[in-house]
Design a protein around this ligand. Structure first.
Ligand SMILES: Cc1ncc(COP(=O)(O)O)c(C=O)c1O
Length: 476
C-alpha cells in the first residue's frame, strides 16, 4: 500500500478556510519557519480512503477469532466504549480540582472496591499502566516491606519455569535474583524442589494460577505455607484471572499481592503493547507501601489519598490509564457478580471443548486433568515433515483466523497456546477445529504450503527481529 506521502499531490486541499474577516497580523520572522513543513497534500476523501484501507490491513477481535493464548482477546462490548467517551470522563483534566471531578474519583473508588472484593485483597492502587507494570509495582512493594523490616538479606524471587517472561524481568528490575523452579510432570510447581529452594534469602514467589499451561495448581495452599514459613511473600500474576472470577480469590489462597490485567479480564481493546491497566491489590499489612495517590472516601466525598506512610512513591504520572478504568468498571457493572462468574465458567468450558476436539489432531501435553481458560498443544511431531509451529500458525492466516500464541510457555516445544475466551460460539470453535485439521493434513501432504504461508495477507513473512529492532518510522 502506498504511503500517505506518496499519494500527495501538490496543491490538493482537504480544507479551505473562509476568507479572513478580521485584520491580519504580521508575525515577526523569528517565529516563522524558514521552510514550510513537508505535509502531504490531499483531499478529505483521500485521507478517509487512506486510513480506511490501512485499517483493513489489520486483524482485530472485531473481525474474527483471536485465540491468542494468555492475552484473553475476548469481545469488548461497545457500551464500554460509549462510557469511556462520555464528556464527563474524556474531557476532564488531571490538574482539575478534586471537587470538580467527584464522579471520576467515585468511579475509581468503586472500581478499587470491586477489585478488592474479587481478589480478596484489602487495599488497591489503579496506577500501573499494564500487567508488567503492575508486577513491577507489586514486587517493589514486597521489596519495600522487607527493607522496612531491615530484612536486607532477602535477594531471591522464586519463579516457575512456566512463568511469563515479565515475571523474571520484574524480579530482576527490582534487584532480585530470579530463581527458576521446575514444573513437575503434571505441569505444577514441584513441591519437593520448592522445599529445597526456599531459604533465608527468599523474598517471595511469583505465581500464575492457573498457570500458562492453563492448569490450576491445586498445591497453592501448600506453596503458600512453605513460602510464608520461610518469611517470604506470595505474588499473584493475575493475567489469567479470566479463569477464576467469582470462583476463587487469590487473597483466600494465601497471596499477599495481586495484579489484574484489566485490559484482558475486564475488556478493553488491546494488543501491540497497549492501552492497558494493571492495578495491584495488597493485604492490609502492605497497604502503607502502596504508590500514591490512591482514591479514598470520607463523609461522602472522594479524595486523592497521599497518606501512605511507607509509600514506594509514584509509579505513573497522575492516576493511571483512566479510560481503561472506565471500561473495566462499565464491564463489571453490566456483567454483575453472577455474570462475571458465568464468564469464567464459559471461558473454561470453551477451552475444554476446544482441547478435547483438537487433541484428536495435535498432541496436548499435560492433559491429566481438565484445563482452565486455555491449553497448550504441540506440533512437534510435524517437524519430521519440515513443519514448525510457526509455519502451522502462519497458514491459519490464510483461513482468516488470528494464530494462537506460539513458543510460549517455554517448557513445551513447538507449542500453540490456545485461549478461545468465553465470548466465542460453538460454531466458531468448530470452524477453528476444522481449520486445524485441514492444516495438519496439508502439513503432511504439502509442507511447502505451510512453510511459505501466509499466501493471501498484504505482507507475507516478516523478519520479526529486524522489524522490532530496526524500526523505520519516518518517511524520508
Ligand atoms: C501470564 C502473564 N503475566 C503477565 C503479562 C504481562 O501483561 P501486560 O502485557 O499487560 O504487560 C502477561 C501478558 O500477556 C501474561 O500473559
Amino acid at each position: 500500500m502506498e504511503l500517505i506521502f506518496e499519494i500527495s499531490t501538490a496543491g490538493r486541499r482537504g480544507f479551505i478556510p473562509p476568507k479572513l474577516d478580521v485584520d491580519s497580523y504580521n508575525l515577526s520572522d523569528e517565529f516563522k519557519r524558514a521552510v514550510p513543513p513537508k505535509l502531504p497534500e490531499l483531499t478529505e476523501g483521500d485521507v478517509v480512503r487512506h486510513y480506511t484501507n490501512l485499517s483493513r490491513l489489520n486483524y482485530a477481535v472485531d473481525i474474527g477469532f483471536y485465540p491468542l493464548g494468555s492475552c484473553t482477546m475476548k469481545y469488548n462490548p461497545k457500551l464500554n466504549e460509549s462510557a469511556a467517551a462520555f464528556d464527563g470522563f474524556s474531557k476532564i483534566h488531571p490538574y482539575q480540582d478534586e471537587n470538580t471531578v467527584q464522579g471520576a474519583l467515585e468511579l475509581m473508588y468503586n472500581l478499587q472496591e470491586a477489585l478488592k472484593i474479587m481478589s480478596g485483597m484489602d487495599a488497591m492502587t489503579l496506577q500501573p499502566a499494564a500487567g508488567a507494570h503492575g508486577e513491577y509495582t507489586g514486587v517493589a512493594v514486597i521489596r519495600a516491606y522487607h527493607e522496612h523490616k531491615k530484612d536486607f538479606e532477602r535477594d531471591e524471587m522464586i519463579i516457575p519455569d512456566s512463568a511469563h517472561g515479565t515475571n523474571p524481568a520484574t524480579a530482576t528490575m527490582n534487584g532480585y535474583k530470579a530463581i527458576e523452579i521446575k514444573s513437575d510432570k503434571n505441569g505444577m510447581v514441584d513441591i519437593d524442589e520448592l522445599k529445597k529452594i526456599v531459604n533465608p534469602h527468599t523474598a517471595g514467589i511469583m505465581l500464575t494460577n492457573p498457570n500458562t499451561l492453563g492448569l490450576f495448581d491445586e498445591n497453592v495452599l501448600q506453596i503458600s505455607k512453605i513460602i510464608h514459613d520461610a518469611g517470604g511473600l506470595l505474588y499473584y500474576d493475575g493475567a489469567n484471572f479470566n479463569a477464576i472470577m467469582g470462583k476463587a480469590r487469590p487473597g483466600d489462597l494465601g497471596f499477599d499481592v495481586v495484579h489484574f490485567n484489566l485490559h484482558k479480564t475486564f475488556s478493553t481493546p488491546h494488543g501491540m503493547g497497549g492501552p492497558g491497566a494493571g492495578p495491584i491489590g495488597v493485604k492490609k499489612f502492605l497497604e502503607s507501601f502502596l504508590p500514591v495517590p490512591t482514591v479514598g472516601k470520607k463523609d461522602e466525598k472522594y479524595f486523592l489519598d497521599y497518606s501512605h506512610k511507607n509509600t514506594i512513591g509514584r509509579v505513573r504520572s497522575f492516576y493511571g490509564n483512566f479510560s481503561v478504568l472506565v471500561r473495566a468498571y462499565a464491564y463489571i457493572l453490566t456483567m454483575g457478580g453472577d455474570g462475571l462468574k458465568r464468564a469464567s465458567e464459559m471461558a473454561v468450558l470453551n477451552a475444554n471443548y476446544l482441547r478435547a476436539k483438537i487433541s484428536k489432531t495435535l498432541e496436548v501435553p499435560y492433559d491429566t486433568k481438565p484445563c482452565m481458560h486455555e491449553f497448550v498443544a504441540t506440533t512437534e511431531p510435524l517437524l519430521g515433515y519440515g513443519v514448525k509451529a510457526l509455519d502451522f500458525v502462519k497458514r491459519m492466516l490464510d483461513y482468516g483466523v488470528h494464530p494462537p500464541t506460539v513458543y510460549f510457555p517455554l517448557i513445551v516445544h513447538e507449542d500453540l497456546m490456545i485461549e478461545p475466551t468465553e465470548t466465542e460460539s460453538k460454531m466458531t470453535l468448530d470452524k477453528f477445529v476444522e481449520i486445524v485439521e485441514k492444516i495438519a493434513k496439508e502439513a503432511k501432504e504439502n509442507p511447502k504450503l505451510l512453510q511459505e504461508a501466509p499466501h493471501i495477507t498484504p505482507v507475507r513473512r516478516l523478519d520479526d527481529v529486524r522489524a522490532a529492532k530496526q524500526l523505520i518510522l519516518r518517511w524520508k
